[in-house]
Ligand binder design. Structure first.
Ligand SMILES: O=C(O)C1CCN(c2ccc(-c3cc(CO)ccc3Cl)cn2)CC1
Length: 317
């Protein structure tokens, strides 16, 4: 049996923080941030954690679809900023909405997390499950070094997700998921120190998000473009790439020789929300009517980031 995306939803914290506000907190400017990244504002939690954002998305998916929590077979949450090591955010969501029949676990693939999770969810439907949720959610604000202007201005908090159901038509046409652990240290976050009396600490580790921007930039331009080339078809309507940086998306569209208008963007008001960026973009496009579920529009979803991980899925809505 085939899988189909039958509902989308999103939730972002109320607290919108403009570039202007950040320029009063650190040595940066609206001009620098917007010209170099395309970001003008991002939403930052004041009293919520990742599970709170994902629970809102799950509740909205049930409300919009009319589905009941006990009909859910699985809940997958892609996040690099979970509330705890354990329990997973997915289990916190499962408990809160009382989806007592669903198994639940988190997927750690940074900014490729939603694409990895959607691919896994599709396999679960293809092998017999009837109904599942795939959510991307982050509170990156808790792992940022707010004294480091090179990263603090780039990221935001948010969550969004989809319902996956059985369909008679084939919608998931092609995919290519990749990783390269040899470049793992290009983007790190959340290192957990060992405090045991037996542990002899050799080296220092920062728990803050840190990335070698140049390497990630080049990786995005080279490896990611090649990945998309392998799965794109000439009648693709839209491409929804991880919203890391506007200039990167412009460069990738040029390299692919695909018109810039086919690349949807929303980093302007969300910032980089890692695993949440693609489902946020998807739900906003559905709400605006640019994308319609059931329209058979052909789209490419592409994530890329920490791990390093990257991957694309070619699907029809
Ligand atoms: O000086 C400049 O122009 C700076 C140069 C550095 N910048 C970067 C660098 C890397 C990323 C990035 C991050 C992830 C992780 O989600 C994935 C993919 C990318 Cl391409 C985003 N911005 C900002 C503008």
């Amino acid at each position: 049996q085939h899988a189909k995306i039958t509902c989308t939803s999103r939730y972002v914290p109320k607290n919108a923080v403009s570039n202007e506000q950040l320029s009063k907190m650190m040595d940066t400017s609206d001009e620098w941030i917007s010209s170099r990244t395309g970001i003008r504002s991002r939403n930052i939690v004041t009293n919520e954690n990742t599970s709170d954002l994902c629970i809102k998305v799950a509740e909205r998916l049930l409300e919009k679809s009319g589905k009941k929590a006990e009909d859910l077979d699985f809940i997958l949450v892609a996040t690099m900023t979970p509330d705890y090591g354990t329990p997973s955010v997915a289990c916190l969501v499962q408990g809160h909405i009382s989806a007592t029949r669903a198994f639940a676990f988190d997927i750690s693939a940074a900014c490729s997390g939603f694409v990895y999770g959607l691919s896994m969810g599709e396999k679960l439907i293809r092998t017999g499950k009837k109904l599942g949720m795939v959510i991307g959610g982050e509170t990156l604000s808790k792992v940022l070094d707010w004294n480091d202007r090179s990263t603090a201005v780039l990221f935001g908090d948010g969550a969004a997700g989809v319902l996956l159901e059985v369909d008679k038509e084939e919608h998931f046409l092609n995919e290519k998921l990749q990783a390269d652990g040899q470049r793992a240290l290009s983007l790190t976050s959340g290192y957990v120190e060992n405090k045991s009396p037996f542990y002899i600490e050799e080296s220092e580790h920062s728990s803050y998000l840190s990335m070698t921007g140049r390497d990630i930039y080049d990786f995005s331009l080279n490896d990611v473009t090649k990945n998309i080339q392998e799965i794109i078809e000439d009648d693709v309507d839209y491409l929804l790439l991880h919203q890391a940086n506007k200039r990167i998306i412009e460069k990738i569209s040029k390299k692919l020789k695909v018109p810039r208008e086919k690349f949807l963007t929303n980093m302007e008001h969300n910032g980089n929300t890692s695993a949440a960026s693609i489902p946020l973009l998807l739900d906003e496009a559905v709400e605006k009517g640019v994308l319609q579920l059931g329209s058979n529009q052909k789209i490419v979803l592409t994530g890329y980031g920490g791990g390093l991980t990257w991957g694309s899925i070619l699907l029809t809505l």
